[in-house]
Design a protein around this ligand. Structure first.
Ligand SMILES: O=C1O[C@H](COP(=O)(O)O)[C@@H](O)[C@H](O)[C@H]1O
Length: 237
């Protein structure tokens, strides 16, 4: 249900998280099908964390030609992919099953000791995915980070360079655990459909405050301000 707009940013509010998960999964699948019709293939980048789990469980039941879809993460913690805090593990457990077994998953991880050391190989691998991403789904942390673009990170300004040709960056947040690998702001902002998925009253308040603050420019505001394509925000209590 659409209940409001912030400038040209559509805010879609739902009565329950389940309603949101079903609706978002349907809209993601529809956008991917449109991309396949238009270009023969589609690409989807998803966030990790806790918020997307219910939506993943809806999306993996959607019937469409997933063999034409490339999927990756917007960011990951630089951890073994079977670590409980790995975003890849989350995607493998909750998303890449059932209908989505046919999709092509591109990992943001390799065996290098650090994201800095592994970055070039993962970047080359990611370039095989149809770009710009047809659908990219962002979460948001309570500090206003999105993907792994953390306000506290020394790498933030380079990662947010609007004209960067780099898809990926290494990030070492001081306020959150683990070194990270993340899509750059430029790679995120080029997405044809940029969707933000938020749950809970606290995150809604924080999101609205971040978007209304012209001076602090938290990462969630920076990517949405830079976005080229369709932007929607999905929220439920
Ligand atoms: O660290 C991360 O946090 C954000 C938000 O996570 P959530 O648990 O509050 O949903 C997530 O979007 C990002 O992918 C993840 O690496």
């Amino acid at each position: 249900m659409i209940r409001g707009t912030m400038a040209d940013l559509t805010l879609r509010e739902y009565d329950s998280r389940v309603d949101l998960d079903i609706s978002l999964a349907r809209e993601v699948a529809a956008a991917l099908e449109d991309a396949i019709s238009a270009r023969g293939a589609a690409s989807l980048a998803v966030s990790g964390g806790k918020t997307p789990i219910g939506m993943f469980q809806q999306l993996r039941q959607m019937r469409m030609d997933w063999s034409k879809v490339w999927i990756t993460l917007v960011d990951d913690r630089w951890l073994p992919v079977d670590h409980p805090d790995s975003n890849e593990r989350l995607a493998r457990v909750h998303l890449l099953k059932y209908q989505l077994e046919a999709a092509h998953y591109v990992s943001l991880h390799n065996d290098a000791a650090t994201p800095e050391a592994g970055l070039a190989e993962v970047e080359a691998r990611l370039r095989a995915i149809p770009q710009p991403f047809d659908v990219l789904i962002l979460g948001m942390g309570e500090d206003g980070h999105t993907a792994s673009l953390f306000p506290c990170a020394a790498e933030l300004e380079d990662a947010c360079a609007p004209e960067s040709s780099q898809l990926l960056t290494a990030v070492n947040p001081t306020s959150a655990p683990y070194p990270r690998i993340s899509l750059t702001l430029a790679a995120i902002a080029r997405a044809r459909n940029l969707l933000v998925h938020l749950t809970g009253a606290r995150k809604k308040t924080q999101f609205e405050a971040a978007m209304a603050n012209p001076t602090e420019k938290l990462p969630i505001k920076r990517v949405l301000d830079a976005a080229n394509g369709i932007r929607h925000v999905y929220w439920a209590e």
